[in-house]
Design a protein around this ligand. Structure first.
Ligand SMILES: NC(=O)C1=CN([C@@H]2O[C@H](COP(=O)(O)OP(=O)(O)OC[C@H]3O[C@@H](n4cnc5c(N)ncnc54)[C@H](O)[C@@H]3O)[C@@H](O)[C@H]2O)C=CC1
Ligand SMILES: O=C(CO)COP(=O)(O)O
Length: 344
């Protein structure tokens, strides 16, 4: 292991970036090691609050942050000497920021993506965008994904996750680094499967939210979740992902958490659409990132290119584009030709 774990930069002071900084701090405390965790945030008031009150109240209410976490609006200061860089900004804003940050990286750095989005226009996964823009090998890019609703983790509720990297040693090293008393990461080398699970579950959560907004019950929601997993798996397999990943924490686990929880922003956005709000009204109401709203289009496009059937995603995208009403979503899905459940 060439990268140092004693200084870690977290770029993004939102809900998950701040929570993951706390996980890293608590992991170091549990291991009895010294660690400095520096968060970069765009807004001076958020940074100031982290430094003075050890809180990020807009995102994490009264959660107390360990004092080894500091924050700055100066990204050069945050990246200076950091052996690990964690990225937690909205997916569609990532690429231009990476170009700005590249000259500031320490040599040999390992970069970890917490993001669950697919880039519009290129259909690239975040790990691909990072490797390309930072010009570093895939062996130094890891992703963390799983049933990880930030607020529950901030409250230290027991949670498992997956750290994936094409290089197993890197995955193990990041997993060790973020193992806290309430956070248990498993490792994987299936980066494609882990990322696709995290991306598509946001689109399926929009669909489940719409069902909820239309007052539909648990049979409907379970049907959408299960068939949602089937289409997520088809896409992951077409891209080279593994079936067992889709049955794991980053597949089924995250899908269930996101589709069931009122804490999920994607689920909430779907519910509001189902209750009759327009996409514009929903977007105005959301104060945090609901990645599925934009990534849905990229997932739909990617599936089209690969010839992968993703009917739930297609229906959600039609609703988002204003081409279909939320009331037509169910009839459209149910009118499809019958098939064997095992057909992939
Ligand atoms: N919150 C959660 O429970 C989880 C979130 N994620 C993923 O983590 C990623 C980040 O999400 P959150 O932290 O939840 O989002 P958030 O909305 O809570 O925070 C996003 C952060 O990025 C900043 N930001 C917003 N627009 C920006 C832009 N154009 N350029 C630079 N910075 C910008 C915001 O100021 C904020 O600090 C997303 O891809 C999300 O899917 C993954 C697992 C759990
Ligand atoms: O990814 C998440 C849970 O694993 C968070 O979901 P939302 O982005 O929908 O809140």
């Amino acid at each position: 292991m060439t990268h140092s774990q004693s200084v870690i930069a977290v770029l993004g002071a939102g809900s998950w970036g701040t929570t993951f900084a706390k996980v890293l701090a608590d992991a170091a405390a549990a291991a009895g090691s010294e660690r400095s965790i520096r968060i970069w945030g765009r807004r001076a008031e958020v940074v100031e609050q982290i430094n003075t009150k050890h809180r990020n109240e807009q995102y994490l209410k009264d959660t107390e942050l360990p004092t080894c976490i500091t924050a700055s609006t100066d990204v050069a200061e945050v990246l200076d000497g950091a052996g690990i860089v964690i990225l937690a900004v909205p997916a569609q804003s990532l690429r231009p920021q990476l170009r700005e940050w590249k000259p500031l990286l320490a040599p040999g750095v390992v970069v970890v993506s917490l993001m669950k989005g697919l880039e519009l226009g290129t259909d690239a996964r975040m790990s691909e965008v990072i490797a390309e823009e930072f010009d570093i090998p895939a062996a130094r890019v890891a992703v963390v994904s799983g049933p990880n609703l930030a607020m529950e983790i901030a409250r230290e509720e027991p949670t498992a996750s997956v750290v994936a990297c094409s290089d197993e040693a890197t995955a193990v090293s990041i997993a060790v680094c973020c193992t806290a008393p309430y956070f248990r990461p498993y490792t994987s080398t299936d980066v494609v499967g882990v990322e696709i699970g995290g991306i598509v579950k946001n689109v399926i959560a929009l669909a489940v939210g719409i069902c909820e907004g239309r007052q539909m019950g648990d049979n409907t929601k379970a049907s959408v979740i299960t068939r949602g997993l089937a289409e997520t798996s088809r896409l992951a397999l077409a891209l080279g992902g593994q079936a067992h990943t889709m049955a794991g924490l980053a597949g089924l686990g995250d899908l269930v958490a996101t589709c069931s929880s009122p804490l999920s922003r994607n689920h909430t956005a779907g519910r509001l659409l189902g209750e009759g709000l327009t996409l514009e009204q929903v977007t105005e109401r959301m104060t945090q990132t609901a990645e599925g709203i934009k990534s849905g289009h990229a997932v739909h496009e990617l599936a089209g290119k690969l010839g992968v059937e993703m009917p739930i995603t297609a229906a959600v995208v039609a609703v988002l584009e204003g081409k279909m009403s939320v009331d037509d979503l169910g009839p459209r899905l149910l009118a499809r030709a019958l098939k064997s459940e095992g057909d992939y």
